[in-house]
Design a protein around this ligand. Sequence first.
Ligand SMILES: [Zn+2]
Ligand SMILES: [Zn+2]
Length: 104
Amino acid sequence: MSKKKLTLTISGNVLARAKEKAKNLGLSLSRIVENALDYFSEPKVYCFSCGFRFSAGEADICPRCGWYKCPSCGACACVLGEEGVRVAFYMRKTLMEIFSSSDV
Ligand SMILES: [Zn+2]
Ligand SMILES: [Zn+2]
């Protein structure tokens, strides 16, 4: 796929920290931003229960728990115990903060 140039304006502090960490890990900022934008535009998630990776946009949403239903095994957050639901909730909260949206 063809590569395009992207110009962004972000906090100098964040950029300096990100450059340092990316350098230490041998990653490019372009790759990190590309992966983040890829996820943002078309989230792909793993099933809590069977580990199947699926596109969130193509999955049904459970009316009871509000989570995506796995297209492979049919599981949603209803299969999780109280502790599992809490883990999933806070993992998702992290994603929502990263992407400034609940649609992730
Ligand atoms: Zn599954
Ligand atoms: Zn459910």
